[in-house]
Design a protein around this ligand. Structure first.
Ligand SMILES: CC(C)(COP(=O)(O)OP(=O)(O)OC[C@H]1O[C@@H](n2cnc3c(N)ncnc32)[C@H](O)[C@@H]1OP(=O)(O)O)[C@@H](O)C(=O)NCCC(=O)NCCS
Length: 130
């Protein structure tokens, strides 16, 4: 697995993003930012997808705090996987704070596996084939 770790992953993020966070998002070469809406135009979550070598890096996944626990995070990741598949990208990867239990459970439930070398690190790298 490539040792590309997203900057500041995890629950520090605010929803909606603050202006300086938007500046940071725009500085990332090759990164694309995606917003999911509920179908009636209401934004519910965000994910950043960045090509890294032969993989797609998932970063800055966040769901509106008032909408959590309703399957939106899973839906965003399923769409990210479909996007990778459509683009012929064989692997997706991400970094998650070791202490971020909701996110780790979500990733594990979708088949992401932790890189054993990072299991005791503050940020665990996870990946799965598309
Ligand atoms: C992580 C996050 C995106 C999950 O979004 P969500 O819409 O609440 O997640 P879902 O409703 O799709 O839940 C999917 C799975 O995630 C796990 N999960 C979600 N919330 C959880 C919680 N509070 N505790 C434990 N597991 C949880 C469960 O496995 C759940 O599956 P289940 O409903 O069948 O039990 C959301 O909590 C969030 O925005 N957190 C703050 C930002 C963040 O930490 N992002 C991750 C950066 S790496």
């Amino acid at each position: 697995m490539a040792a590309a770790v997203p900057a500041r992953p995890g629950p520090w993020m605010t929803w909606p993003f603050l202006p300086d966070e938007l500046d940071d998002l725009q500085r990332r070469p090759g990164a694309t930012a995606w917003i999911l809406d509920t179908g009636d135009g209401e934004p519910v979550g965000h994910v950043q997808l960045t090509p890294v070598d032969d993989a797609l890096r998932i970063g800055r996944l966040i769901v509106d705090p008032t909408m959590r626990g309703q399957g939106w995070g899973r839906r965003i990741l399923v769409l990210a996987l479909e996007h990778a598949r459509a683009g012929g990208v064989p692997r997706v990867q991400l970094g998650v704070l070791a202490s971020n239990t909701p996110a780790r459970r979500l990733y594990e439930s979708l088949g992401f596996v932790a890189d054993t070398e990072t299991l005791d690190a503050p940020i665990v790298l996870m990946a799965r084939n598309v």
